[in-house]
Design a binder for this molecule. Structure first.
Ligand SMILES: [Zn+2]
Length: 384
């Protein structure tokens, strides 16, 4: 059988910049051809995804989730090796997706096949592989989860293979993530001559007042599993290149990463109220546009999280800390179905030029996932 590093390199050679499948899912389909896994293709909105299951769907099921799409390589001239070459130099594998996250997909696929060939199907493994995580993520994991609901396909626990370790392999696993939302304010005043400000209504002044208020507001002090929530200004623009005109309009955006002290609805209501107050006070008109990428969630650090911790420690010798830091991942959709924990490689080089990973880590990751399947089967065979 192909080894996990060779498989990762082959996946890297498929240039799967979202939304392109570029042969990667076909390659995975082929890998499972002579196994007892059932393969389901789930296509929606121009995105291809796969769902694979070994064992009957009513059995206790451990799920794995990962994406094969990658972000664009950026400036090609700056890459030491061609980004879709999957080149191995010494102990290092180079290429876009080496860390985020073709190696984890290769690792859980091979671990699952190895387990299935040696075991009785008195337990089930489900693999969810999406082509839309780095993009809008509307037709990726969400499409798989919708298909699962329609086809009565359940899972009891899920591991997401996103990179989770900051520097040393094994040091961090994620048991949750903050929520993320963006609000864009379009503030309209009254255009005028900058020498006669009393005749105009300057929307920039209103924006300053609003933003000052927002960034000075302490959202919370953190919670049991989370760091404090944060709010940052991400853009401000009046599109004004003159010095003698007060513009009529300014647009500004904020991004909030919030913990379980809040919901996006509560934050939306607070921002609406504040905007109304500023609008009344400054005689401007404020239009609001909210985009919510995900609500905060966490999985109690018990059953599933404990098993992951044990397997990581057994293979790497490092005891992983439970964390809820970082951006969003597909775990934000999966937690609605079942407890979900994330563990993967060292994420330092993800999305960067010369993305690369030590191949010994990829071999260890496969061992960790295989150990986890064994332990999960042992603990949960009869418990759901
Ligand atoms: Zn990723």
């Amino acid at each position: 059988m192909i080894d996990v590093v060779e498989l990762t390199a082959k996946l890297i050679q498929c240039p799967t910049v979202t939304p392109r499948e570029a042969g990667a899912l076909k390659l995975i389909g082929k890998l499972f051809e002579n196994t007892d896994f059932k393969i389901h293709s789930i296509d929606r909105g121009g995105i291809s995804n796969l769902f694979l299951r070994w064992g009957e769907k009513n059995l206790p099921t451990l799920g794995f989730s990962g994406h094969i799409d990658v972000v664009p390589p950026g400036n090609l001239a700056k890459w030491e090796y061609e980004p879709f070459s999957g080149k191995i130099v010494g102990n290092v594998l180079f290429g876009r997706g080496a860390v985020d996250m073709k190696s984890a997909v290769a690792a859980f696929c091979l671990a699952a096949i190895k387990y299935s060939k040696k075991s009785q199907p008195d337990f089930s493994i489900a693999l969810m592989i999406t082509g839309d995580e780095e993009g809008e993520a509307k037709d990726g994991t969400q499409a798989i989860l919708d298909w699962m609901t329609d086809n009565d396909q359940r899972i009891d626990h899920c591991i997401v293979g996103e990179p989770t370790c900051p520097k040393t392999f094994g040091e961090v696993m994620k048991i949750g993530r903050k929520g993320s939302m963006t609000c864009t304010f379009k503030i309209t005043g009254k255009q005028g001559h900058s020498a006669y400000p009393h005749l105009a209504i300057n929307p920039i002044n209103a924006a300053m007042e609003l933003l000052n208020h927002l960034i000075r507001t302490e959202l919370d002090n953190g919670s049991k599993f989370f760091e404090p929530s944060t709010l940052v200004i991400t853009s401000i623009s009046a599109n004004n290149n003159t010095n003698n005109v007060i513009p009529s309009e300014v647009t500004t955006s904020i991004n909030i990463r919030f913990n379980d002290n809040h919901t996006s609805d509560q934050l939306t209501q607070k921002i609406k109220k504040l905007s109304q107050e500023i609008s009344n006070k400054t005689k401007t008109h404020v239009d609001l546009d909210f985009r919510v990428s995900g609500e905060p969630f966490y999985t109690e650090p018990t059953n599933l999280a404990k098993l992951v911790k044990q397997s990581v420690k057994k293979i790497t010798g490092v005891e992983p800390a439970f964390s809820t830091s970082g951006g969003t991942s597909d775990a934000r959709f999966i937690y609605k179905k079942c407890p979900v924990v994330e563990f993967g490689l060292v994420g330092e080089k993800m999305h960067s030029i010369n993305e690369s990973v030590e191949i010994s880590q990829i071999f260890e990751l496969e061992e960790i996932y295989l150990d986890l399947i064994n332990e999960h089967a042992r603990h949960f065979k009869n418990s759901f």
